[in-house]
Write a protein that binds this ligand. Structure first.
Ligand code: IPE
Ligand code: IPE
Ligand code: MG
Length: 230
């Protein structure tokens, strides 16, 4: 496509609006999360088609535990089903799964499914799907600091520090998209977002599709990244 003069290597997605999408249709919030999971599948197909190297998706934040037990359990159930039902095709399509966040707080069955899929995709060479689960940018920075202290490091460089983040080895997100019109990061990739281009399309996450993805890419290709230069 001519308009796509430059593509982001790494896209971060703060998927938002599942609940409002459902409410607008008179449905339960969990129906919104179910449709949101299907939208993640569409996102991954798009990433593959448009040769994006890394997709980071914020699926559950360290703050999302404040929601009702029913909603929290439902979200993890949907994730478990997604991993179990789509795992094979994920492997066959060359994706690599990574997770950022403290997964030790998740149920053991889900932890096992995640571990298994990470293992099965380790040797793949396709799109990296970096999934944020019980993830918070501040928690990640504190964790990295504690890892440095445990190593008895007296000082660290930015590069040393980056190696202690969940995203070790990944490029920073060039482009961060948050759907539903909210204009905040809500604790997403605080370190890595230092120079990300931000975009806040209005649509609710479950209505994500390829046409909207291309619109995002066009938006990105219009941005002039200066990184402090002139
Ligand atoms: C995003 O949709 C999914 C998660 C945060 C888990 P929301 O559930 O936040 O949807 P809204 O913001 O209530 O519409
Ligand atoms: C951010 O969405 C977290 C995820 C997308 C997982 P929220 O809906 O939880 O964020 P706030 O509460 O509107 O800031
Ligand atoms: Mg929300």
């Amino acid at each position: 496509m001519k308009k796509l003069s430059k593509l982001p290597r790494h896209i971060g997605v703060i998927l938002d609006g599942n609940g409002r999408w459902a409410k607008k249709r008179g449905l339960e919030r969990l129906s919104g999360h179910e449709e949101g999971a299907k939208a993640i599948e569409r996102l991954l197909s798009c990433a593959k088609k448009y040769h994006i190297e890394v997709i980071s998706v914020f699926a559950f934040s360290t703050e999302n535990w404040k929601r009702s037990k029913q909603e929290v359990d439902g979200i993890f159930e949907i994730l478990k089903n997604l991993i179990n039902e789509k795992g094979d095709s994920f492997v066959e399509n060359g994706f690599v799964l990574r997770v950022m966040g403290d997964v030790s707080k998740l149920d053991l069955e889900l932890q096992a499914s995640i571990k298994n899929l990470i293992e099965r995709t380790k040797k793949n060479r396709g799109v990296v799907f970096n999934l944020g689960l019980n993830y918070g940018g501040r928690a990640e920075i504190v964790r990295a600091t504690n890892l440095a202290l445990e190593k008895n490091l007296k000082t660290v460089s930015e590069k040393d520090f980056e190696e202690l983040l969940y995203t070790n080895g990944l490029p920073d997100p060039d482009f961060i998209i948050r759907t539903s019109g909210e204009m905040r990061l809500s604790n997403f990739m605080l370190w890595q977002a230092a120079y990300s281009e931000l975009y806040f399309p209005k649509f609710f996450w479950p209505s994500f599709n390829e046409r909207k993805f291309v619109k995002c890419l066009i938006e990105y290709s219009k941005r002039n990244r200066r990184f402090g230069n002139v």
